[in-house]
Design a protein around this ligand. Sequence first.
Ligand SMILES: Cc1cc2nc3c(=O)[nH]c(=O)nc-3n(C[C@H](O)[C@H](O)[C@H](O)COP(=O)(O)OP(=O)(O)OC[C@H]3O[C@@H](n4cnc5c(N)ncnc54)[C@H](O)[C@@H]3O)c2cc1C
Length: 263
Amino acid sequence: MNIVVLVKQVPDTTEVKINPETGTLIRAGVPSIINPYDHFALDAALELKKKHDFKVTIVSMGPPQAKSVVQMAMALGADEGVLLSDMAFAGSDTWATAYALAQGVKKVGKADIILAGMQAIDGDTAQTGPGVAQQLGMPQITFCEHVDVDGRRVIARKQIDGGYEVLEARPPVLITMVMTKDYTPRYPSFMDVHASLKKPFHVWSAADVGAEAQYLGLKGSPTQVNKIYPPPQREKAAMFAGSGQENAEKILELMRREHFLGE
Ligand SMILES: Cc1cc2nc3c(=O)[nH]c(=O)nc-3n(C[C@H](O)[C@H](O)[C@H](O)COP(=O)(O)OP(=O)(O)OC[C@H]3O[C@@H](n4cnc5c(N)ncnc54)[C@H](O)[C@@H]3O)c2cc1C
C-alpha cells in the first residue's frame, strides 16, 4: 500500500503574535517545527511501513522554508517528499488548502491511506484533513489513536466521548490522528538527515499539480477573516502576603467591594 502523510510546518510557540495593522500572524523570528499532531500521524505511517513494507510519501504546502519539515519526515523514514510551494497558494483558507493538497496527492499517484494530524496548532480549525477527503471523494475517520492494516482492511481506533470506537474501512481512506501514547514521535540523528538528502524530494507549483488559480489563495477562499485580535489582557492579580486569617479577610473584603457576594 501507499501512504501519504500531510505535514504542516507551524511556529514553535503557542503564543502566536498578531500584527494589529494587517491582522495576520507574525511568523518572522519564530522558529518552525513539524505540527505536533502530524508527528503522530507520521509515526503511525512509519510503524505501518515497518510492519508491512508500505511506501510513505510526505506532502506539505507552504513557503520554501517548509522544506525543513518534509526533510525531517524523510530523515525519520519516509521514502519521498513533496512541497507544494507557489505564491498562488498564499492566503488560502482551509478549503483552498485542502484543494491544493488534494491536487498534490493526485499527482503523487495511488494513495491507499492518507494520514493527517487532527489539527494544526496555529490554525486550529481541524478542517483540512476532512476537506482533503471530501475533495478526493474518499471516506474519512477522524480523531484516531491507532491505525492498523489487516489485508485490505484499514482498522482505526477513534476517540469518542467516554471511550473508543473501532472502525474499519477499505482503502482509500483518510485518517486524522490525535496525540496518543500508542506512538512516539522521534527526532532524526545527523546520519538520518544526511541519508535523507538522497531521497526523492519535489517542489511542485500550482501548475505542476493542475490546481486552478480561481480556487487558490485569498481569491479562491470562500471564507475571509473579518477581524483577528488577541484576547484583552487581564488586570493584574491582587496578591496578599499576610497570615491565612488576614488573607481570608482581605479576599472577603475584595469580593464584597467587587459585588461578588451579591450585595
Ligand atoms: C478564513 C481563513 C483565512 C486564512 N487566511 C490565511 C492567510 O491569509 N495566510 C495564511 O498563511 N494562512 C491563512 N489561513 C490559515 C490557513 O488556511 C491554514 O493554515 C490552513 O488552511 C490549514 O488550516 P489549519 O491550520 O487550521 O489546519 P488544520 O485543519 O487544523 O490541520 C489539520 C491537519 O491538516 C494537515 N494540514 C493542514 N495544513 C497543511 C499544509 N499547509 N500542508 C500539509 N498539511 C496540512 C495537517 O496534517 C494538519 O495536522 C486562513 C484560514 C482561514 C480559516
